[in-house]
Design a protein around this ligand. Structure first.
Ligand SMILES: NC(=O)c1ccc[n+]([C@@H]2O[C@H](COP(=O)([O-])OP(=O)(O)OC[C@H]3O[C@@H](n4cnc5c(N)ncnc54)[C@H](O)[C@@H]3O)[C@@H](O)[C@H]2O)c1
Ligand SMILES: N[C@H](C(=O)O)[C@H](O)COP(=O)(O)O
Length: 329
């Protein structure tokens, strides 16, 4: 069974990444079905509309299987148009519906623009929150960024730093830590996951000299996680917990805010990093980058992260099935 690849913002690099991914994956046999407007790919690769995902595997070598949608307006690469937002959203919704129905193995999403979708009336910060809503698990969604050398999870996500500090509670840290530990066991085959928990302040607060969040919020959360048998430790000084040596001591880093997690991940492994949404009843991955409007249509986009996302979706699915079978015994 193939994953469904969504269209993403049609003015971004998603279409050209899709073209390159089809060429690459034809050889490996790890195909996908694309949900988008075939006109975007006309002249680049052969496409074939299918009535349902089951038809995709038989034709993937000859043509990209497509569940067709129609864009409202023609597209100029690099020039996003919120009028096309409805089709972008529909592509995600249909992929999720098919994954929930077991008709596709996973949802892999091409990048969207949060700003453009906001203009189109989209009521969510991005895919992560939208997918949780579609799956009926709002509040359970956790954003993981994973690469061969590092896995990171921000406890607070698409909010301002000021708002992040207000949202940082021991309860939320515990909830995210529980979801992360569970996913590392079920979707990544890590039987006893080790979670390194970042401090918030410089030097992890230096014993309260530079802030008390570590003592009042983060350390109590670590204690609660450990009391449940989850191997969490910290709070660690954020500036030294991502060194090569430090990374050997843990399976994932639990960070306090978006960029505390994403800067080290994208600095280390932008080309092979993958964004995966934990806490969903379906597997969802995405490249770790955005729409790259500044290079769209110029043949400069690197397809590596999308290929890594397609690969990770299949790997996560295989681990989840094996974990479920083991649990059932
Ligand atoms: N998962 C997602 O859908 C996702 C992730 C991040 C950002 N975004 C959205 O993308 C839009 C642009 O965000 P941004 O500019 O902060 O980040 P970006 O990742 O789109 O671009 C940052 C820089 O990296 C380059 N870049 C990105 N991907 C590349 C690739 N595959 N190959 C070569 N170069 C690449 C871009 O050219 C740009 O210079 C925003 O609207 C944001 O909301 C979406
Ligand atoms: N925060 C991620 C990043 O910067 O790469 C990305 O924006 C996640 O967005 P989605 O929730 O749309 O996957």
């Amino acid at each position: 069974m193939f994953p469904a690849l969504t269209m993403g913002d049609p003015a971004g690099i998603g279409p050209e990444l899709t073209v390159e991914a089809w060429h690459r994956q034809r050889e490996s046999g790890e195909g996908f079905i694309w949900i988008g407007d075939p006109a975007l790919l006309d002249g680049y690769i052969p496409t074939r509309a299918v009535a349902n995902p089951q038809e995709a595997e038989a034709i993937f070598v000859e043509a990209l299987p497509v569940l067709p949608l129609a864009l409202a307006r023609p597209v100029t690469p690099g020039q996003p148009d919120f009028v096309n937002g409805a089709a972008v959203i529909e592509s995600i919704a249909l992929a999720t519906k098919l994954a929930l129905a077991g008709a596709v193995s996973a949802v892999v999403t091409n990048p969207i623009s949060k700003q453009v979708l906001k203009q189109a009336g989209f009521g969510f910060p991005g895919h992560t929150e939208f997918l949780a809503d579609l799956c009926g698990v709002t509040g359970q969604e956790v954003m993981l960024l994973a690469s061969p050398r590092l896995r990171v999870v921000p406890v607070t996500v698409h909010v301002s730093i000021r708002r992040a500090l207000e949202m940082l509670t021991a309860e939320r840290i515990v909830q995210v830590g529980q979801i992360l530990a569970r996913a590392l066991r079920s979707d990544f085959g890590i039987e006893k996951p080790r979670l390194a928990v970042a401090g918030l302040n410089p030097h992890a607060g230096e014993g309260g000299l530079m802030g008390d969040e570590e003592q009042d919020t983060i350390f109590p959360a670590i204690e609660m996680l450990r009391a449940e048998g989850i191997d969490a430790f910290g709070p660690l000084p954020p500036d030294t917990m991502f060194t090569e040596k430090a990374r050997e001591s843990y399976d994932a880093a639990l960070c306090m805010y978006h960029d505390q997690a994403l800067i080290p991940l994208k600095t280390l492994d932008m080309a092979s990093g993958v964004n995966a949404t934990l806490g969903l009843p379906i597997v969802r991955t995405s490249p770790d980058h955005g729409t790259a409007f500044d290079i769209a249509g110029q043949g400069k986009a690197d397809v590596s992260s999308l290929l890594a996302a397609l690969r990770m979706a299949q790997e996560m699915g295989a681990h989840r099935r094996a974990f479920g079978e083991k649990q059932a015994k």
